[in-house]
Ligand binder design. Structure first.
Ligand SMILES: C[S@@+](CC[C@H](N)C(=O)[O-])C[C@H]1O[C@@H](n2cnc3c(N)ncnc32)[C@H](O)[C@@H]1O
Length: 329
């Protein structure tokens, strides 16, 4: 029986993508084993190559009722701890989906519907509360636990797989700087791998959660959390970083001067961007070269589409190795 094998953290994203393509075998249960999920897919399904397909037995479905079982449309939702997030413009559909989520086996405290785009400097979204009231929760991602309040900070569970890809590159003892740290989904796992990590954020509430999350995950001694504009902090960390994370898509290019200040002799930069599908990487690469050269030799090691962001727009990441040249002194 064919199943798609995927790490638990990428499970909901993968299940959703398979459901969208009508490839799920809804007669069988998803199986969880040692941090890996086996998602049953239809035998006749035409699966894209990106999936790791294995053959294994999974039990027939009979127990857990999921929202999809209670609705006439294929529902789309995300889970952040025990808060479920939906994105429905039509109030009737939103109500039906919220009711189905509450009635399903999903452990849920609050259901929130998107009420705005992410907005302003702090990138926080407004939410319409459809069930429950609390917007604070605790979310687990690849063995780390994050406390956060969705009404007060930015957080996206959809980036879990991408963050994990970056985390796996981190070496013990390195110095990493997250310029737009949020509640710490890069900072905390970096520190868990033995890096010394600095995270800055202009949102004071995010920095309070970052400190709490460092303590919660036992890495406070390796984490420095700074509230403020990274441009005002950069000089204190001149030449410090072996690794830089810039996850502020749309605006990161405007902060490359600060990145150059913070970068050490040799530094890997993870630069997130949102661009048109026709040239998703070009604008970022050009912006980085313009600021970093000739002081740094710029070597683009990875160009990756993280996810589709809007019709014809991609959220992408560039991994770029910077090496200081003689001009850079
Ligand atoms: C897209 S979020 C990313 C948060 C986190 N890295 C993550 O992946 O969840 C961008 C963050 O940058 C912060 N921010 C925006 N402008 C900033 C600035 N000038 N200096 C420091 N942080 C800033 C926002 O408050 C927000 O938390």
């Amino acid at each position: 029986m064919p199943c798609v094998r995927v790490e638990r953290e990428a499970g909901e994203e993968t299940r959703q993508a398979l459901a969208d393509r009508d490839l799920l075998d809804k007669q069988r249960e998803i199986v969880h084993e040692d941090g890996v999920l086996y998602i049953p897919v239809r035998e006749s399904g035409d699966l894209p190559e990106e999936y790791d397909v294995v053959s294994r037995e999974t039990p027939a479905r009979e127990t857990q009722t999921m929202p999809a079982d209670l609705l006439e449309f294929e529902p789309s939702y995300e889970r952040v701890g025990d808060v479920v997030l939906i994105d429905e413009d039509d109030p009737e559909r939103a109500r039906a989906l919220a009711d189905a989520i509450l009635e399903s086996a999903i452990p849920v405290k609050t259901v929130l519907n998107r009420a705005s785009k992410i907005q302003g400097e702090t990138r926080v979204r407004e939410w319409e509360v459809l069930a429950g009231e609390e917007t604070e929760t605790r979310h687990r991602e690849y063995g780390c636990e994050f406390a956060l309040d969705l009404a007060a900070v930015y957080f996206s569970p959809r980036l879990a797989t991408e963050r994990h890809r970056v985390v796996e590159q981190v070496q013990e003892g390195e110095q990493a700087f997250d310029m737009f740290a949020g509640v710490g989904p890069f900072v905390i796992p970096f520190a868990k791998r033995g890096a010394a990590v600095v995270g800055t954020d202009i949102n004071e509430t995010a920095i309070e959660y970052l400190r709490e999350n460092a303590a919660r995950n036992g890495v406070s001694e390796r984490v420095t959390a700074i509230h403020g504009d990274v441009r005002a902090v950069a000089d204190e960390y001149e030449g410090w970083a072996d690794r830089l994370v810039m996850n502020l898509p749309h605006s990161a290019a405007a902060f490359l001067d600060s990145a150059r200040t913070i970068a050490g002799e040799e530094c890997v930069l993870h630069f997130y961007d949102i661009q048109h599908e026709d040239d998703p990487f070009g604008p970022g690469v050009r912006a980085i070269r313009e600021v970093m050269e000739p002081e740094y030799e710029v070597c683009v090691e990875t160009e990756r589409v993280v996810r589709s962001y809007a019709p014809h727009e991609h959220n992408v990441v560039l991994d770029v190795r910077l090496r200081r040249t003689e001009t850079g002194g």
